[in-house]
Design a protein around this ligand. Structure first.
Ligand SMILES: C[S@@+](CC[C@H](N)C(=O)[O-])C[C@H]1O[C@@H](n2cnc3c(N)ncnc32)[C@H](O)[C@@H]1O
Length: 239
């Protein structure tokens, strides 16, 4: 399984880098969607591409949660921080778990790392097969071409006692892949300064294609435009 460079090198800083995200509020929004659309009776939830488990930390108060991710380093942090939840290393394209769930979440654009339409279809098919009838998937998309700002630059600084991080990025495009060229300079007390450079590619999938692929595998899809950080969210219902 090929881990993504960024999440291997930066796993231990991930929760700092995304400390601006309100995971508690996001998890409450997810809970509301589940109450609205889920018809199955159970409360088994699988978070795919769970990262360090920040949503599970809240969702586990209401659901019996499990998490999967491609990156061992991210999972190690999840396992350390969240007790009583099973985390498994899986590529979302080959879930192959011997369990069925009532909810499958795939949040914060983890789905964007899939590179082709076939990979998306295969993954959605896996979500469908791992759900009970009446269950739902909730997928947070990456951008599509019309919402991707080619040539834009970004900067963020993280200023903690004993830890300073500067993150600088440039956005470009290559075919239907968005390219994020990001450089991190990390200074840690009594350790020194490290540079981490990362080039990530995330697929720019159009809404029509996303909906078609969800329908192809059997889901009744609902599109929630710009629902999360300006990105679309899809709910797929398994009748
Ligand atoms: C932006 S992070 C989101 C993590 C978490 N869901 C959150 O909201 O903080 C994307 C995650 O997707 C995982 N990922 C990327 N491609 C994957 C794949 N093919 N299968 C499983 N996980 C994958 C990465 O390892 C990373 O942990």
């Amino acid at each position: 399984m090929d881990e993504l460079h960024a999440y291997r090198k930066l796993a231990k800083y991930y929760d700092v880098i995304y400390s601006f995200k309100n995971y508690k509020k996001e998890s409450n929004d997810i809970t509301r969607l589940i109450s609205k659309y889920k018809k199955s009776k159970g409360n088994m939830l699988l978070d795919v591409g769970c990262g360090t488990g920040k949503h599970i930390q809240y969702l586990k108060l209401k659901y019996k949660c499990a998490g999967t991710d491609l990156n061992g380093e991210m999972l190690a942090i999840a396992r350390k921080n969240i007790k009583g939840v099973e985390f498994k290393r899986r590529n979302m394209m080959n879930l192959n778990l011997n369990e069925r769930f009532d909810v499958i979440t795939c949040l914060f654009s983890a789905i964007g790392y899939l590179k082709t339409s076939d990979q998306l279809k295969r993954t959605f098919g896996g979500f469908y097969r791992h759900l009970n009838p009446g269950g739902i998937c909730i997928i947070d998309a990456w951008f599509d071409k019309s919402r991707w700002h080619v040539g834009s630059v970004h900067m963020r600084a993280y200023d903690y006692a004993g830890l300073k991080i500067a993150r600088i990025g440039y956005s470009s495009i290559h075919g239907n892949m968005s390219v994020l060229d990001e450089h991190y300079v990390i200074a840690e007390k009594n350790k020194g300064v490290t540079d981490v450079a990362d080039k990530s590619e995330l697929r720019l999938t159009e809404r029509k294609e996303f909906i078609r692929l969800l329908k192809d595998v059997g889901f009744s899809p609902i599109l929630l435009k710009g629902a999360i950080m300006g990105r679309d969210r899809y709910v797929g219902i398994k009748q």
